[in-house]
Design a protein around this ligand. Structure first.
Ligand code: MN
Length: 503
């Protein structure tokens, strides 16, 4: 599945201009725009190709391009740039209709003022300085969700911001087609992983379905011994085996059962055109073990996963996987497992009973088999490893009743000590700015004990996503203080009440 998400996608580039300065000016605007788009594509920094769609010189032309962008299957977002002064009333009809992500690029064809050559012809042609402010006004007046990127188009920093947004556009498009299959409901009585699935489909585009476990059991039972043998050979290439899990040893049968679950589950999800799923340790009739090992393997392929029926986290894990395609570091479903108080170095061990993505492993994972006492889990295979060190982001989405809230926390992943008696995959992190404020703010914001974590992404990816989805965003990072955070919670409460009342 490597990189397939970006291959057939396009970002359209539309240049605002007008005919006031004559046809020659528009020809030059066109040539400059072409050169900028070619330069952006040739930079090698952008994950999605940019398609230049020409100059838009009137209200009709603008509306036509933006409506075509809505209808295009391959277009996942539009970049606008005002080369000349484009009177922004011309943009009203098009922008009112436009439904996809929007990036307003404030740049200029030339980097520096040509002090000796500059004349009125030059000024009539190169008007981004004021043209982009005119456009900015109408997008602000229309309360249009958009990302504003300011910088010279050849600069790496400018291209990096566009690249970040493009990844989010791809993930947003993916979310509109996402189907999440739930094997069983949310864990009984748990509040934070539940929520309004109708509102989620309206807001995020994804669809949440239920599947009885019996339907999956028949897929797992249909897997052949030959198929299992082939997969075991793959495991032998990728992982170490505990002695009692090796072929011929007493616990190898549990690894084979897990392999059958992996094949059956993948086949089931493919048949349902689903790209995310949840499991439940109470919904396993007919299964030989909780599908933890299969969940680890499928997460590494890009399937979203949430434990105990947590469909919002399953969706976010998938979305963040799409955003991070091709970037190093890996990402995973994780749970706040247990605390380690150590003054300024206090940390949180992140783990789960079974289901952590081996993409974040520091070293070659090891297959182990152990009995798991919770629910009907039974004796389960699992990949055991520790996460590598590095900076990352943890994110969650919770349902506040009148809105979805995303909480994002920058974290610093540290080395984990060995856990000889706790056979789980895990990572150990210090939330920023420190444990006390990081964990305190997350709890004040009502964040889950489950999160979607990524080494590949940063706050900007999730900020762009929250902007496009039009949901609340709370960032917890090196600048967070509890006082400011509590104030933000109160302001947001008022904002969303008023916002709902006005709509
Ligand atoms: Mn859990």
């Amino acid at each position: 599945m490597e990189n397939f998400i970006f291959d057939n996608l396009e970002i359209w580039f539309v240049t605002g201009a007008q005919l006031l300065y004559g046809g020659d000016a528009v020809v030059k605007v066109d040539a400059h725009s072409n050169e900028i788009v070619k330069g952006l594509n040739a930079s090698g920094k952008l994950p999605v190709q940019v398609l230049y769609k020409g100059t838009a010189n009137s209200s009709d032309e603008i509306a036509e391009i933006l409506r075509a962008a809505n209808d295009s299957k391959s277009c996942v977002g539009v970049i606008t740039w005002m080369h000349t002064f484009s009177p922004a009333k011309m943009w009203i009809h098009g922008l009112l209709d436009y439904k996809k992500p929007l990036l307003h690029l404030h740049t200029q064809y030339n980097a520096e003022i040509p002090w000796n050559e500059i004349d009125m012809d030059f000024m009539n042609l190169n008007q981004s300085a004021h043209g982009d402010r005119e456009f900015g006004h109408i997008t602000a007046r229309l309360r249009k969700a958009r990302k504003v990127v300011v910088g010279y188009w050849k600069d790496a920093a400018t291209q990096a911001k566009i690249a970040t947004w493009m990844r989010v556009c791809a993930a947003w498009a993916d979310s509109q087609n996402m189907r999440i299959i739930r094997f069983g409901d949310n864990m009984n009585n748990v509040a934070v992983t539940d929520g309004d699935k109708v509102e989620a489909e309206i807001r995020f585009g994804y669809h949440v379905d239920n599947a009885p476990i019996a339907k999956l059991v028949s897929y797992v039972d249909a897997v052949s011994e030959t198929e299992i043998n082939t997969l075991i050979a793959e495991y032998q290439k990728l992982y170490d085996f505990a002695d009692n899990c090796k072929p011929g040893a007493e616990n190898h049968c549990y690894v084979r059962d897990a392999a059958a679950q992996e094949i059956g589950l993948r086949r089931f999800l493919e048949d349902k055109k689903a790209t995310a799923f949840t499991t439940s340790f109470d919904e396993l009739a007919g299964m030989k073990q909780l599908m933890g090992f299969a969940s680890q393997r499928l997460m590494a392929e890009g399937y979203g996963f949430g434990a105990e029926g947590d469909w919002k986290t399953a969706a976010l894990v998938r979305t963040m996987w799409v955003m991070g395609q091709g970037l190093p570091g890996g990402q995973s479903f994780l749970e706040d497992y247990t605390l380690n108080f150590d003054g300024d170095n206090s940390t949180i061990l992140q783990a789960h009973m079974l289901e952590i993505n081996p993409q974040i492993a520091a070293k070659r994972p090891r297959i182990e088999v152990h009995y798991l006492g919770i629910g009907d889990s039974g004796t389960c295979a699992r990949l055991v490893f520790q996460g590598h060190t590095g900076d990352g982001v943890a994110a969650t989405v919770v349902d506040m009743g009148n809105r979805f809230r995303m909480i994002v926390n920058k974290v610093d992943v540290k080395n984990t000590k060995d856990l000889p008696r706790l056979p789980v995959a895990c990572a150990l992190w210090k939330p920023l700015p420190n444990f006390e404020i990081g964990a305190g703010a997350w709890i004040l914001g009502g964040g889950t004990h489950h999160s979607s974590f990524s080494y590949a992404l940063n706050e900007e990816h999730l900020e762009d996503f929250a902007e496009i989805a039009d949901i609340e965003l709370l960032k917890i990072d090196e600048n967070t203080t509890i006082d400011k955070f509590k104030f933000e919670l109160k302001v947001n409460e008022v904002y969303y009440l008023l916002n709902k009342a006005l709509k």
